[in-house]
Design a protein around this ligand. Structure first.
Ligand code: ATP
Length: 328
């Protein structure tokens, strides 16, 4: 692919995350800085298929750096999963004279970008936007830091009521396949136990651990459970199991749910989004395509988008050990 880039389309796709707006702003302003055109595509791939476009300039993105969600809206598009849908999307991109796409989203969105690029030889660049931090090729995704802060704040509040009533709380946090949020927010909020998909603690060991905790003088406990944890069938089943086996405990469940995705992005996420937006546009202008922008050891890096989609992220074993020691 050796195309001169004059016009870039930017979209947000899949689940929204804090920092997406800051990334849109950075893409739009970097285009303005380099005097190329930028078009906002509404509702992800569905908007591309329907030609739902808006010309953007530096002023179109005033006052959005601090806003959660995405001004371009996000969507999941079944139509784009079909060849027919993608043919229509390509026709719309050509009609609009787009030379490249910047896709802000998770691994599903990157799979879509990769397929689109392979089928039509169309330049794409990914910016990882998801609170789960489950994307290979970057140590941090947009929204992850904000979500951690939201979860820690929520657990701090739950702890107040837990300790006032000597209760045990199971707090379910997002993370179907990976336990980054649970592990980091759990350590940050001083949870007594952290249950993550990568490790099956076993229900018996959970009971033993809670017994030890009570014997050591703790009168209330917080157990952080990632959605995808395999220790029990789900957080409510764990509650029932503990109540049956430790009747002295009064157990409550709090499912934090979608509040973890909302809110004003943290300073880290705003700066990361700004850096990623600049790197995405400037890399395209340098002729680099089909990459995802990431951060590694504080530096901006590029990872081939197929690797970002297929690669597996590893849980931090040192942090797991810290968590074990902290629950002593
Ligand atoms: P989240 O991390 O929140 O799940 P995501 O980007 O992974 O975000 P998905 O719903 O998995 O979200 O994917 C977003 C969109 O990407 C899908 O609705 C679809 O339009 C497109 N997409 C995903 N996989 C493919 C694929 N194999 N082929 C074409 N398009 C795809």
């Amino acid at each position: 692919m050796d195309i001169k880039i004059n016009k870039i389309g930017v979209m947000t796709s899949g689940g929204d995350s804090p920092g997406m707006n800051a990334a849109i702003r950075a893409v739009v302003r970097t285009c303005a800085f380099h005097e190329i055109e930028c078009v906002g595509i509404y509702r992800g791939y569905q908007g591309l298929i329907e030609g739902d476009f808006k010309q953007m300039n530096a002023r179109s993105v005033n006052n959005i750096i601090n806003k959660g969600g995405t001004i371009l809206k996000s969507a999941r598009s079944k139509e784009f999963m079909t060849k027919e849908g993608r043919v229509t999307a390509y026709a719309k991109a050509k009609e609009e004279e787009l030379d490249a796409l910047v896709v802000i989203g998770g691994d599903g969105s990157f799979t879509g970008a990769m397929v689109f690029s392979q089928e039509f030889d169309f330049p794409v660049m990914g910016i990882p936007g998801t609170i789960d931090n489950d994307i290979y090729g970057t140590s941090s995704t947009l929204g992850y830091d904000t979500a951690l802060n939201t979860v820690v704040e929520a657990i701090d509040k739950i702890r107040d009521t837990a300790s006032s009533h000597n209760r045990l709380f199971f707090v379910e946090v997002m993370g179907r396949d990976v336990g980054y949020i649970a592990l980091n927010a759990g350590v940050g909020a001083g949870a007594e136990e952290i249950l993550i998909p990568e490790e099956n603690l076993g229900k018996e060991r959970l009971i033993e651990s809670l017994k030890r905790s009570r014997l050591s003088g703790k009168s209330s406990s917080i157990v952080v459970v990632a959605e995808g944890d395999k220790t029990g069938e789900n957080v409510f089943e764990l509650k029932d199991y503990v109540e049956e086996n430790l009747p002295e405990y009064e157990v409550r469940v709090s499912v934090l749910g979608h509040m973890q995705r909302g809110g004003s992005p943290s300073c880290w996420d705003r700066v990361l989004a700004s850096r990623m937006g600049v790197k995405a546009v400037e890399s395209l202008l340098e002729g680099k395509t089909n990459f995802m922008v990431g951060i590694k050891d504080t530096k901006m890096v590029l990872c081939p988008i197929d690797k970002a989609v297929k690669g597996k992220t590893d849980i931090n074993l040192e942090l797991l050990r810290v968590s074990d020691i902290m629950t002593t």
